[in-house]
Design a protein around this ligand. Structure first.
Ligand code: DGJ
Length: 735
């Protein structure tokens, strides 16, 4: 135990009636405290997580009469309780009995402090390090474990959660995200039921279409945006996960989060280390909004690739041309987006395949050579065109996948996931197959897809990395028969290793995580990606709901949000350009449309919107989010705003979600402004014939936060332009 460095974190050696010296560890951020009792020879105990403790509270926290639970409960002795870990020793013993044998701390390169408590089984040479890393700038604490042993034969890990937290019963409500393809990120809130509530994923490849690996726990009844105690938890893992609330006969709910152990028991060899992914925790007394802002800050500063850099305004070719890629078409799209002020063009699916050209989704994945019948001057030619237009060029790939109709599969059928003695089950297009990322040869292959593109075409500025299949076959041709249960964990280990290599070589490349839309919105994968595609559904109205939910855990800079065609390709809804733009501008603005089908007037409106977005981009992408009026409350409108950290600039969004004549809508009060500063209001994306009455006027932050501004129910436009939508984007600049 490194006692000197520990002095800063061990804040109290408490007067403990027992003979053992109680060592309380205070894992602290400016506004939060997590307190553990790491008495040597005893299991690690959890004492407290919540608001930052004063010295007096800290000294007495173990004496308040609350039940004390193990901080990392293991299975075996008193096995009737849920546990964070279970294991079968080499001799068949299914019990663990862990006690603290050491505590150490270190400071990481980014200034984060890591505290490690080592527990060792009282009989077996089996160790679990329970780690806590603090992020003072955002009040986030990450916890994870590293397990190792010195037993003669492998130990089988049958459960391996990243962390556990007892939550005192009161009226705890849990907000979670749920959905499905094209309907991701919907918010659902409910009180905790008795017995078990499980949130899980078993897709194998992607993990955020249906449920999400993050939750908000509002401790005092239904979650409120600005008040109330909230614990936010985000499991940072790209693979199968399980979040579990066990409400037993005690006064506590028991929260566990980690890799989903189902069909994934792990045979840990002597000397091998099994690290679980971090579980990020935050605590706020500023309600859901406070917890979200903490996650956003932590994400931007520490987890999202290039989280503090501004993202470019782009046009993606998918909904504009789908697979119909050709040089003239790409050139026209590039020229159109450049003309509207965009900064980047992304060529989506359909550009590759020589022996088997990619005409639709039934062939060619894995054959990442350009189809010169479609693109005679290749990617080089497109990069030149982009350069001459003053924009950057990006490209789509789906490197973890193949099709049965592909040169890759013909050469390497052993690379795919498939159960022995069975034909492979195939996905999209009837032929899609998933490569076995656990196989180092596949890792090299996937690394080389990116490396070859980047070496041949260093001009490439952006990669859209897609993943359109789950694990459809439980079978790894790489793993030994006895390790078939390592498939899911091995896949994500291999993927992460590959992404680490890519990021080490190409740190500045912008990479989007797309996975049939929003399948990869997770903090485990985002250290390697700059952003994610929120959903394949680009319908502006539905996006309000999806982006609202997604914003619980993810910042706007990571949320790709595109203006698309009307009628919308997913919902067939007819939505005016103004509304589509006003929604897309609340995330990382892009376009996903055939610009040649836009009228000159629409193009001009978009040109202006892009220019305005560039002006407010630092506030949207790096500012603090305040959610003002939830679309889920059914009040007929939704509203949110971003405020710069200096509180000198803000962007306010308001979208009507329903249209009824003479309906009464609430006036939305603003948040996050400096009450004592004066803000001048400018409407962005104005389509009305007359300005709003308060256009160019100045109001105090106090007035805006107490009263808001009165917004008309509709737009004052010529008759032929009237429609059933209304929305506003207001910029507020401090004097
Ligand atoms: C699924 C993605 O979500 C879409 O945006 C698009 O890239 C297609 N794949 C291409 O096949």
């Amino acid at each position: 135990m490194n006692r000197l460095t520990l002095m800063s974190i061990i804040t109290a050696a408490l007067a403990c009636p027992s003979a053992a010296l109680a060592e309380n560890i205070h894992v602290a951020t400016p506004n939060t405290s997590l307190v553990l009792d790491a008495t040597a020879g005893q299991p690690l105990k959890f004492l407290y997580y919540g608001n930052h403790l004063a010295a007096a509270d800290l000294a007495n926290i173990g004496t308040i009469g609350d039940a004390v639970f193990n901080a990392y409960p293991v299975y075996g002795l008193w096995p009737e309780k849920e546990a964070a870990m279970s294991a079968v020793h080499a001799d068949g013993n299914m019990t663990l009995d862990m006690a603290v044998t050491g505590v150490s701390s270190s400071t990481e390169a980014d200034g984060a402090q890591v505290t490690t408590v080592t527990m060792t089984d009282k009989v077996y040479p089996f160790n679990v390090d329970v780690n806590y890393r603090t992020y003072p700038d955002s009040d986030v604490i990450e916890t994870w474990t590293v397990t190792s042993h010195d037993e003669k034969k492998p130990v089988t890990l049958t459960r391996f959660m990243s962390g556990y937290l007892p939550i005192r019963r009161s009226d705890v409500h849990v907000s979670q995200l749920y959905g499905s393809w094209a309907n991701e990120g919907k918010v659902e809130e409910a009180p905790l039921p008795h017995n078990l509530k499980v949130i899980k994923n078993k897709d194998g490849v992607r993990n955020s279409h249906t449920a999400h690996a993050e939750v908000m726990m509002s401790l005092d009844g239904k979650g409120r945006e600005d008040e109330g105690r909230v614990i936010g938890a985000a499991l940072c893992y790209g693979g199968n996960y399980k979040l579990m609330f066990d409400t037993d006969d005690s006064n506590h709910h028991h929260f566990f989060a980690g890799i989903n152990e189902e069909n994934s028991e792990y045979h840990l060899k002597k000397g091998e280390r099994f690290a679980t992914p971090p579980l990020a925790l935050t605590y706020s007394e500023e309600g859901l909004g406070g917890a979200s802002r903490n996650f956003h800050k932590w994400g931007r500063n520490h987890r999202l690739a290039n989280g503090n850099k501004l993202r470019k305004v782009l046009l993606n070719s998918w909904e504009g041309v789908y697979f119909d890629i050709n040089e003239a078409g790409m050139t026209q799209m590039m020229s159109d987006i450049a003309d509207m002020g965009g900064e980047l063009f992304v060529m989506d699916d359909g550009w590759f395949g020589v022996k088997y050209p990619r005409k639709n989704d039934s062939s060619s994945l894995g054959d990442w050579s350009v189809d010169t019948t479609k693109l005679p001057n290749g990617i080089k030619g497109l990069c030149h065109t982009a350069d001459s237009l003053g924009i950057r060029f990006g490209i789509w790939i789906e490197p973890e996948m193949s099709n049965s109709i592909s040169e890759l599969y013909e050469k390497h059928p052993e690379y795919i996931l498939k159960a022995v003695n069975r034909d492979p089950v195939m996905g999209r297009g009837g032929t899609q197959l998933v490569l076995d990322m656990a196989n180092p040869a596949v890792q090299d292959l996937v690394f080389n897809v990116v490396d070859t593109l980047m070496t041949k075409y260093p001009e490439i500025d952006y990669i859209k990395w897609d993943a359109n299949a789950p694990v459809m076959n439980h079978g790894s041709q790489y793993q030994k028969p006895e390790n078939q249960s390592h498939l899911y964990i091995g896949y994500h280990d291999g993927l992460e290793k590959t992404l680490q290599r890519i990021r080490a070589k190409y740190p500045d490349l912008t990479i989007q995580a797309c996975a049939s839309g929003g399948g990869r919105a997770n903090w485990g994968i985002l250290p390697y990606f700059d952003e994610f595609w929120v959903s394949d559904n680009t319908d502006a109205l539905q996006r309000i709901y999806m982006q609202w939910g997604t914003s619980y855990f993810f910042p706007a800079v990571a949320m790709a949000s595109h203006i698309s065609a009307s009628p919308n390709h997913q919902t067939n809804r007819i939505v005016p350009l103004k509304f589509r733009t006003d929604v897309a501008m609340s995330g990382r603005l892009g376009m996903e449309i055939q610009p040649k089908d836009m009228s000159a007037e629409d193009k001009e409106q978009t040109r202006k919107a892009i220019a305005d977005y560039k002006a407010v981009r630092p506030v949207v992408q790096q500012g603090d989010l305040y959610r003002l009026l939830s679309p889920y409350d059914g009040k007929g409108a939704a509203s949110l705003m971003y405020v710069s950290p200096e509180k000198d600039d803000a962007v306010f969004y308001w979208w009507k979600t329903e249209q009824f004549v003479n309906q009464q809508l609430p006036r939305v009060t603003m948040k996050g402004l400096d009450p004592d500063r004066l803000y001048t209001v400018t409407e962005l994306n104005r389509v009305d014939n007359t300005p709003l009455p308060f256009e160019g006027k100045t109001f105090s932050g106090r007035y805006l936060m107490s009263n808001g501004l009165e917004l008309p129910l509709s737009h004052n436009v010529d008759w032929h332009k009237r429609n059933d939508y209304a929305s506003r984007v207001l910029r507020l600049q401090a004097k």
